[in-house]
Design a protein around this ligand. Structure first.
Ligand SMILES: C[S@@+](CC[C@H](N)C(=O)[O-])C[C@H]1O[C@@H](n2cnc3c(N)ncnc32)[C@H](O)[C@@H]1O
Length: 190
């Protein structure tokens, strides 16, 4: 793993105080990105860039690109500094702003992604999922964080995605918990 990631991991208080993924969850995110070979990855919730570094590490190995959104300019500045230090900033586009507003503008530009990782305001996960239905191409993958640690706050999202015929899902009991979902291809009419 990258030396900047290792250095951040040697300061668990810094990572915890910025709500970064637990190490095992970050490793899962990295491996998912590598195994999936995703070329266009979207992250909602950059914070100081610990998860972004993992996505960028995968992107650098497979000629891919990461777009990441956060409402905090101060935390995103720290993320950019970590990415620069790791030599990974060239694979990442940092977008500052409210997630729903930025996602709407990506929709308006007809941008599409093949992996969307959501780790921002828990009460908005359902809205992020609804936007993912347009932002992800067929077979696109959605990974939602905190489905164990904040299960009650996002119960509406968990219920909706598991019940939706548009998604294939798995509820993963990692340290913070993930819902992993694959967007189904549209059915051919009979
Ligand atoms: C849990 S942290 C992200 C941690 C990061 N993914 C990691 O593992 O390193 C959540 C981040 O989402 C951002 N956030 C929360 N609600 C948001 C919103 N509505 N729009 C944009 N960013 C938001 C916060 O500013 C915070 O930095």
């Amino acid at each position: 793993m990258n030396t900047v990631i290792e250095r951040l991991e040697s300061d668990p208080d810094y990572l915890k105080s910025h709500w970064s993924l637990p190490r095992e969850d970050a490793r899962f995110l990295y491996l998912l990105a590598r195994i999936g070979g995703f070329r266009r990855m979207l992250e909602v919730g950059t914070s100081v860039g610990y998860s972004t570094l993992h996505l960028a590490q995968a992107a650098s190995a497979q000629n891919a690109h990461v777009t990441t959104i956060d409402a905090s300019a101060e935390r995103q500045a720290q993320a950019l500094s970590h990415l620069r230090e790791a030599g990974l900033d060239g694979w990442v586009n940092l977008l500052h702003g409210d997630a729903l507003t930025v996602l709407k503008s990506l929709q308006a530009e007809s941008q599409t992604f093949d992996l969307m990782f959501i780790d921002a305001r828990k009460s908005e996960y359902l809205a992020y999922m609804e936007m993912a239905e347009q932002l992800l191409g067929p077979g696109g993958v959605l990974l939602a964080d905190n489905t164990r640690s904040h299960r009650k706050q996002m119960a509406n999202f968990i219920e909706a995605i598991n019940a939706s015929p548009g998604w294939e899902t798995s509820d993963l009991e990692t340290p913070n918990g993930f819902v992993l979902a694959r967007k189904r291809e549209a059915r051919l009419s009979e």
